[in-house]
Design a protein around this ligand. Structure first.
Ligand SMILES: [Mg+2]
Length: 200
């Protein structure tokens, strides 16, 4: 079974990536905190199974690396990245001034540049990202635990009345629902499991 958590080569950086200043987005107040996962949610990225076949078909040799999610090459040509099932929702919400938009991924910090390039590419000609934060995983811990810890921080920081999460992993979507009920009963937690969902 493939899990993001068990991947190779994480450099364990501790810094957080905040794109607020670069994005040109502003927020007067935060009624809603919108949190988008990256792989399979904002972006259609190849999974290891289909990606390794695609790579071999195009390059003529087998995927030469051990891991997948921790490799920058999994987001580079000849592999293809396109808009995912939640991209339209992001576009719909990208100019609102009453919400905070977050991209939060289980990909590790050292892939932040490539993930950001992929997002800019999806934006098209303007290449202007309207996220207040791009959040990457630090260390080798469990991805769901890391995401819940970041959610705690963001709820404290932005004080939203409602949290909306888009996620393609079934277990994570369930985990976020339970987390919201358990820790933030006074806030509406709306978790959208996008289709196609994934069970890794
Ligand atoms: Mg995902």
């Amino acid at each position: 079974m493939m899990r993001f958590d068990d991947d190779d080569d994480d450099d364990g950086r501790k810094t957080n990536t905040n794109t607020n200043n670069k994005s040109g987005c502003s927020t007067s107040s935060c009624a809603e905190l919108l949190v988008y996962d990256f792989d399979g949610t904002l972006a259609n990225t190849p999974t290891p199974r289909e990606g390794k076949i695609m790579y071999e078909n195009k390059i003529g040799q087998a995927w030469p690396h051990v891991g997948w999610w921790g490799r920058q090459e999994s987001l580079e040509p000849p592999l293809e990245v396109g808009p995912g099932p939640a991209w339209a929702s992001y576009v719909e919400n990208r100019t609102r001034t009453d919400c905070v938009r977050i991209m939060m991924t289980g990909r590790v910090e050292k892939l932040s540049r490539r993930v950001t390039e992929c997002l800019r590419m999806l934006e098209g000609t303007t290449e202007t990202l309207c996220f207040h934060e791009l959040v990457f995983k630090k260390g080798n811990g469990d991805t769901l635990e890391y995401k819940c810890e970041e959610l705690r921080r963001m709820v404290r920081a932005y004080g939203p009345k409602k949290v909306r999460i888009w996620e393609d992993r079934v277990k994570h979507a369930e985990g976020f629902r339970e987390f919201g009920k358990r820790e933030f009963a006074e806030i509406v937690f709306e978790v959208t499991l996008v289709e196609p969902s994934n069970d890794y």
